[in-house]
Design a protein around this ligand. Structure first.
Ligand SMILES: Nc1ncnc2c1ncn2[C@@H]1O[C@H](COP(=O)(O)OP(=O)(O)OP(=O)(O)O)[C@@H](O)[C@H]1O
Length: 937
């Protein structure tokens, strides 16, 4: 695969081999219904694997259980066996199956229906179920396949029509439960509590059977999600072929320079196309996972083009995942791959779930899929018993990907993360409690399931709003209208902005109101099911965005101004000049214009916009560094380029910063992003989504924004996020696309970027104890000290930390760069997408009185990400610093400190300064025994 690549450009940073595993069997449990065993055997499952039997027996015995094993390990049988046996034995028994996507639900329904067990009447009840069939399902189906959205709007809201179904409810299956994270996860957690309450009302207390990709602490997570004590089955006894995993960092392209003259790497999608070509030529059946549908098309196209040069007869063996796969199309694809008619398929993560493809020869992942669970789920598609399989992880231009290819242990040896959710978020609790009370009056003893005191406070507020009434016996819904339609469980709630095609009147999707100015501002490019639209008008009052179909060869990225205010500080620790805090903040932002950029990164123009200010009240983690510590020399006596100028530091903004440090406070640097960043697969069935890519017109740079369009480094297109918010289950794609940061335009700062290299010194690059090992690993892979001009191995464990040695003019760029990278790395600790979070950095903040870097949740009320950041502050910032140091670029590029969505055009950014600041902050935290946080995952 690396044939033809000069040794000096070898993109492979690490190779690992995972041994084969033999199957472990267990006998069919004696309680299994013979007809179920017969049907499974006929379907090819002769003997169940041990973990299947273990989980099935727990469920049968009435214990809530989560099965958390690898890809294609037969998790379905673990719940099918007890459920089907129960249904076959007792005519009154019923079961509910919930999937995060309609497609997965349809797949599972098909698999159950194929077994054709007498007495089992399985049926779907989702947005696609025709109204004429719904009555039949309610009256006759004994296994209902649905999704959380439909449970919320279509089942619980009208539970009396489901009385018979609820009376017999013995099992609730929650499939792919690890996808219930963030705000969506918090909603689903409360939704399941509502389900339990309603079931109880009809006299049922169902057993919950959850299936999950491998995650850390699955029992804990399942218990948090259901509110019930759950056992976990994690010993995977399915057979697996041996796999070789290669980590691949695309080389820098000499001839191209990006934003501010930064170097540019070969796009991961193009690299994946090349690898896929090689694999197809070798006759290997392969899947390439990319981050967006457009990228899937481009990758398949690229591979076909390359194949036409090598062996034209092979071009037809490569296909792209097409949007909106129907179950039959999935089956066709599975068959085509199985039979060898197709050898290579480029796909989004929509094929991660609900597809029975395993035992492939190779899987290519272009870009980190966001979570380790997804990484293993996708790479698990490769591996045939008896044969070697290959997994290639290709890094995108992104700090997290850079970190991972240089720290293989973080990818290959870390326990899979626990999904983060926060059912106590008042923004989620409020609407959920309103629905709960509207379903059935809520009594005092029931409060505990909804968070006790937090629920009480929210109920008091709802009572004040006259939505419900408090009586001695509990809380009662007063309105005749049900609140359900107003509550979007995949977003932050509130009235959604409808995105409508003006000509046809067709509703394409909905956008969260908080994201509308970013996602569907006038002029924005809006993607829906792979098609492109341009927004003509956004009317926030009538909650309408009018669009027309157009596929321009440019993307849009909004620019915004932003401010952040600390509302309360909940936790705080001080460490000699460094303070780390966790609390509530108000982020105000205003989209003031947008850039049109070509996919190459070339900026066409800037258009001003007049849109209202948005306010986001959420949670943030922030750290401050005293001026003394920033300026004082490093512990080793070296200064970090005192007097050095960073790229962009001479721009207008930087000059203002340099001259008036206090002025920086008025113009904080906004970084980050946000929004319900459900995986593409998660949003597959329906959904809306939006992304912000923010920007700021103020001197100091900005990164993203709550939900925005943004430049996606490798694919030059927006990263799809979806939210399921509408009963009709319309699927939408992230509004907006945006250019890749790899700008081809020449930037005056580009020349400066190289100057910085010679001015960097070792100071601030102190290596902290826990990082020493990482450094050693890194040293093995690349000669340290030749990268980025930043020597990295100078630290001494336990030494008193020094200052950052920065002159005031460098502080904004250093903090800005540290913030960009920190946002990129938080997903490693908080199971969020970098789009779920945002950030602001400033050389002086009026609430803290010091240089401050904020990283905040992008959802109202927070989704638990900032809390994870606080808990894992030391490993998080250490990884951030490592990611920057690992990148060989001289002065900052998208692989380390540049953000694709930086509103300020990544200016100023001071890579060496960021390393110095992070080294100093870590030094202070470590010196005080890491009392802040708990050390992370
Ligand atoms: N005991 C078994 N023996 C042989 N094949 C089995 C056994 N159990 C399941 N299978 C087969 O393994 C394949 C994968 O099963 P299934 O889809 O249930 O796995 P999964 O763990 O849910 O997969 P995913 O990781 O995609 O969610 C199916 O084709 C199924 O028929």
């Amino acid at each position: 695969m690396t044939a033809g690549i000069p040794a000096s450009e070898n993109p492979v940073t690490h190779v690992a081999r995972m041994p084969a595993r033999a199957a472990g069997f267990a006998p069919w449990p004696e309680w299994s219904a013979p007809e179920v065993v017969a049907a499974c055997t006929a379907a090819g499952v002769g003997n169940p694997w041990r973990h299947q039997v273990e989980a099935a027996c727990l469920a049968h015995a009435g214990r809530h259980v989560v099965i958390s094993t690898g890809t294609a390990s037969g998790k379905s049988l673990a719940y099918q066996l007890p459920v089907l046996s129960g249904l076959a034995r007792d005519a009154k028994t019923t079961a509910l199956y919930l999937a995060p996507t309609k497609a997965l639900g349809a797949d599972q329904l098909r698999s159950v229906s194929t077994l054709d067990i007498p007495g089992v009447r399985a049926a779907a009840f989702d947005g696609d179920t025709p109204v004429t069939e719904r009555d039949w399902v309610r009256a006759h189906a004994n296994w209902v396949f649905s999704n959380p959205d439909m449970l919320h709007r279509g089942i619980l809201s009208a539970h009396s029509r489901w009385a018979q179904f609820f009376r017999g409810l013995r099992y609730v299956v929650v499939d792919e439960c690890h996808s219930y994270r963030g705000v969506f996860g918090s909603h689903v957690a409360l939704l399941l509590r509502r389900l339990r309450r309603v079931a109880q009302y009809y006299g049922a207390s169902p057993v919950f059977v959850l299936a999950s990709a491998t995650t850390a602490a699955p029992a804990e997570f399942a218990s948090r999600l259901t509110g019930l004590p759950c056992s976990a089955v994690t010993e995977d006894a399915s057979p697996r072929g041996a796999r070789t995993i290669a980590l691949w960092e695309p080389p820098l392209i000499e001839a191209l320079s990006g934003e501010n003259g930064a170097p540019v790497r070969r796009p991961a999608g193009a690299e994946a196309a090349r690898i896929l070509t090689e694999l197809v030529v070798e006759g290997a059946r392969s899947l390439a996972f990319v981050r967006s549908r457009r990228s899937a098309e481009l990758t398949a196209l690229g591979a076909r083009r390359l194949l036409s040069e090598v062996d034209p007869s092979l071009t037809e063996t490569v296909a792209a995942y097409r949007s909106g796969f129907l179950p039959e199309e999935r089956r066709e694809l599975e068959q085509a791959l199985l039979s060898g008619r197709l050898l290579g398929v480029a796909t989004t993560n929509a094929l991660e779930l609900g597809v029975d493809i395993a035992g492939l020869d190779a899987v290519v992942l272009a870009g980190y899929p966001g979570t380790l669970a997804s990484f293993w789920q996708q790479s698990g598609r490769a591996g045939r018993s008896g044969d070697e399989a290959l997994v290639v992880f290709v890094a995108r231009d992104d700090p997290l990907d850079t970190y991972l290819v240089h720290h293989p242990q973080a990818l290959l040896e870390r326990p899979v993360e626990t999904a983060v959710l926060d059912p106590a978020n008042p923004y989620v609790l409020g609407p959920q409690l309103a629905c709960a009370v509207a379903e059935l009056p809520l009594t005092e003893p029931e409060l505990a399931a909804f968070g006790g005191p937090a629920a009480r406070a929210v109920l008091a507020e709802l009572a004040e709003q006259k939505l419900l009434r408090r009586r001695t016996s509990g809380w009662y819904w007063t309105s005749r209208d049900r609140p359900h339609a107003e509550v979007g469980i995949r977003g932050s709630g509130g009235d959604q902005i409808a995105v409508v095609e003006a000509d046809s009147g067709r509703m394409l999707g909905t956008v969260d109101p908080g994201s509308a100015c970013f996602a569907v501002h006038p002029g924005a490019v809006y993607l829906h099911q792979g098609s492109s639209y341009v927004v003509d008008e956004l009317d926030l009052e009538t909650e309408l965005a009018l669009v027309h179909a157009e596929d321009p060869d440019w993307n849009t990225s909004p620019r915004e101004i932003v401010d952040i205010t600390v509302l309360s500080t909940e936790r705080q620790c001080h460490h000699n000049g460094v303070t780390v805090s966790l609390g509530e903040v108000a982020v105000t932002s205003q989209v003031v214009g947008y850039l049109r950029r070509r996919p190459s990164g070339e900026v066409l123009d800037h258009t001003a916009l007049d849109l209202p200010e948005q306010r986001l009240q959420t949670r943030a983690v922030w750290y401050t560094v005293s001026a003394e510590l920033l300026e004082s020399p490093t512990g080793s006596g070296h200064s970090v380029g005192t007097g050095a100028r960073v790229a962009g530091a001479e721009g207008p903004g930087a000059t203002a910063q340099a001259g008036e440090p206090a002025g920086a406070a008025a113009h904080p640097v906004r970084a980050g992003n946000s929004r319900p960043a459900a995986d593409e697969a998660a949003g597959e069935p329906t959904g809306t989504e939006a992304r912000r890519a923010g920007t700021e017109m103020h001197p100091v740079g900005t990164e993203a924004h709550p939900a925005g369009n943004e430049a996606r480094p490798a694919e030059a297109e927006a990263h799809p996020v979806k939210t399921e918010t509408h009963p009709s289950e319309i699927e939408t794609h992230p509004a907006g696309t945006e250019a890749r940061p790899a700008e081809t335009e020449t930037h005056p700062a580009g020349t400066e970027a190289h100057r910085v290299k010679t001015e960097m010194h070792s100071g601030g690059a102190e290596v902290l104890p826990a990082e020493a090992e990482a450094h050693r690993a890194e040293t093995r892979m690349r000669p340290v000290g030749t990268e980025a001009g930043i020597p990295v191995g100078t630290g001494i464990a336990g030494r008193a930390p020094g200052g950052a040695g920065l002159i005031p003019a460098r502080v904004p760029g250093a903090l800005h760069a540290a913030e960009h990278a920190a946002i990129g790395l938080l997903p490693l600790f908080a199971t969020c997408d970098r789009w779920d979070i945002g950030g602001v950095s400033t050389a002086w903040h009026e609430d803290t009185g010091e240089a401050t870097v904020f990283v905040h949740d992008g959802h109202p009320g927070g989704a638990g990400f900032a809390d994870r950041g606080y808990a894992a502050i030391v490993p998080w910032l250490a990884a951030t610093r490592e990611a920057i140091v690992s990148c060989e670029c001289p002065a900052g590029c998208p692989s380390c400190v540049q953000s694709p969505k930086c509103g300020n055009g990544n200016d100023p950014l001071d890579k060496a300064g960021a390393v110095a600041v992070l080294g100093t902050v870590l030094g202070a935290l470590r010196q005080h025994g890491e009392k802040c946080g708990h050390g992370g995952t």
